[in-house]
Design a protein around this ligand. Structure first.
Ligand SMILES: Nc1nc2c(c(=O)[nH]1)N[C@H]1C(S)=C(S)[C@@H](COP(=O)(O)OP(=O)(O)OC[C@H]3O[C@@H](n4cnc5c(N)ncnc54)[C@H](O)[C@@H]3O)O[C@H]1N2
Ligand code: MOO
Length: 404
């Protein structure tokens, strides 16, 4: 698919080997997701697998349930009553006999139903008289969970790429597994640039408190990555950023904040050209965040450039870093729910606007506080809505969920 929009970039901006045409916001997500090959598979204990992606299908070796199981407390019976009660079966123990017509056993929910049983008569319907029990004739199989009726042995229960959540951990345990074969979380190194930044307390005159040092590690975790380090890199002398990127050899993804623009201290594109990096995304037709970029470094590592303005950086991270992380994990690109978006906003004629919205599950409402440097809207929102040029108040838009 060709880029849907292009922007003219200043002549002063250094050119890399590839196109500087902006791609549409939707296309940027797809490109970032498709760029990497999934990382190597490894086996981890269930407790360490949450949030990772399955590297292979989860299959059950045994049928589920593994044996004919009583779904009610009562009597497993064969044929029509009254039945002679031959014993008791508690959950977790087996009764070796075979029931013949007119016979039954007392049984607990979860107990192994003896062969020959036709149904389980619930206690509420049973009338007991010594070693005899009577009650209505139930249809064959009533209140019995047959072996394999949930899943036959060998069946696939979740495909490779599934993100491992609490239910999948429980399912794997039900299959008798203690470990899962997963893709590792991508290791992320963060480089925060900007000589004007203070990293603690109230910023001094003309200075700005670094918002991205605290924001990004939390976001990396939510997106499925693992932050290895956060370093602050001075803008001068030139060359320090290149050294810092080079030094992050243990990172699968290097995230650089700031330096994406065309100013005297913005070194990122020059650095990538010098390193002969392959540009995958180089500016995106969206606001805010359009100077963002994604490049492949020669050693097969990835570099994501986020604009310095904090809300713009958040938008850019959801556009490139999230899909890239999913691709490295072998996960699919997160599908975006659509909802009618209400509120006052002027859509731009040739790019997508990303705005924070509250979302009640039915309708999304634009919240204020979304200029490039201001995180207030995003801080209280449920999602970012992607507002394309034709949007009018109340028409639907895709939502990028901010949960986590
Ligand atoms: N001549 C042009 N100037 C700019 C353009 C342009 O197209 N032509 N684009 C503007 C847009 S849009 C953005 S976004 C920024 C991107 O700039 P950089 O990525 O190079 O970032 P900086 O210049 O370093 O910083 C921009 C802004 O953000 C503040 N900042 C930076 N880092 C942080 C941080 N970690 N926490 C809080 N605030 C941060 C910084 O102080 C600046 O105010 O370029 C525009 N200019
Ligand atoms: O688009 Mo910039 O990324 O507006 O702040």
């Amino acid at each position: 698919m060709p880029p849907t929009t292009s922007v003219a970039l200043p002549a002063s901006m250094p050119r890399t080997a590839h196109s500087l045409r902006a791609v549409s916001w939707a296309r940027a997500r797809v490109l970032a997701h498709a760029a990497p090959r999934a990382s190597a598979a490894r086996t981890v204990p269930l407790a360490d697998a949450v949030g990772l992606a399955l590297a292979e299908d989860l299959r059950t070796r045994r049928p589920l349930p593994a044996f004919d199981t009583a779904a009610m407390d009562g009597y497993a019976v064969a044929g029509a009553g009254p039945w002679r009660v031959r014993g008791t079966v508690r959950a977790g123990s087996a009764w070796g006999g075979v029931l013949r017509a007119g016979e039954g056993v007392e049984i607990s929910t979860g107990g192994q139903v003896p062969s020959g049983s036709s149904a389980v008569l619930p206690l509420e319907l049973a009338v007991c008289d010594g070693d005899r029990v009577s009650g209505p004739l139930l249809p064959p199989g009533r209140h019995i969970r047959r072996a394999g009726e949930d899943a036959p042995a060998g069946s696939s229960l979740a495909p490779a790429g599934t993100r491992i959540g609490p239910a999948l951990l429980g399912l794997a345990a039900s299959c008798g597994q203690d470990a899962l074969v997963v893709r590792a979380r991508p290791r992320v190194g963060i480089l925060v640039t900007g000589d004007e930044l203070d990293h603690t307390g109230q910023p001094g005159p003309g200075r700005v408190r670094d918002a991205l040092g605290p924001l990004l590690p939390a976001l990396v975790t939510a997106l499925g990555g693992e932050t290895r380090s956060v370093r602050h890199v001075p803008d001068r002398p030139a060359g320090l950023l290149a050294e810092a990127v080079h030094a992050m050899r243990d990172a699968d993804i290097v995230v650089v904040t700031g330096s994406t623009s065309v100013g005297a201290t913005d070194q990122l594109r020059r650095l990538l050209a010098d390193a002969e990096a392959r540009m995958v995304v180089d500016t995106v037709a969206c606001r805010p965040g359009h100077p963002m970029l994604l490049a492949e470094l020669p050693a097969g590592r990835w570099l994501v450039g986020l604009p310095g303005n904090p809300y713009a950086a958040l938008v850019a991270a959801h556009t490139l870093l999230g899909p890239l992380t999913a691709g490295l994990c072998g996960r699919g690109l997160d599908p975006l729910p659509h909802a009618p978006v209400r509120g006052s906003l002027r859509p731009a004629p040739d790019f997508t606007r990303l705005v924070p919205v509250s979302w009640d599950g039915a309708e999304a409402r634009i919240v204020g506080g979304h200029r490039s440097a201001f995180l207030q809207g995003a801080a209280v929102a449920d999602a970012l809505a992607a507002i394309t040029p034709g949007w009018t108040d109340g028409s639907p838009a895709p939502l990028v969920l901010l949960a986590g």
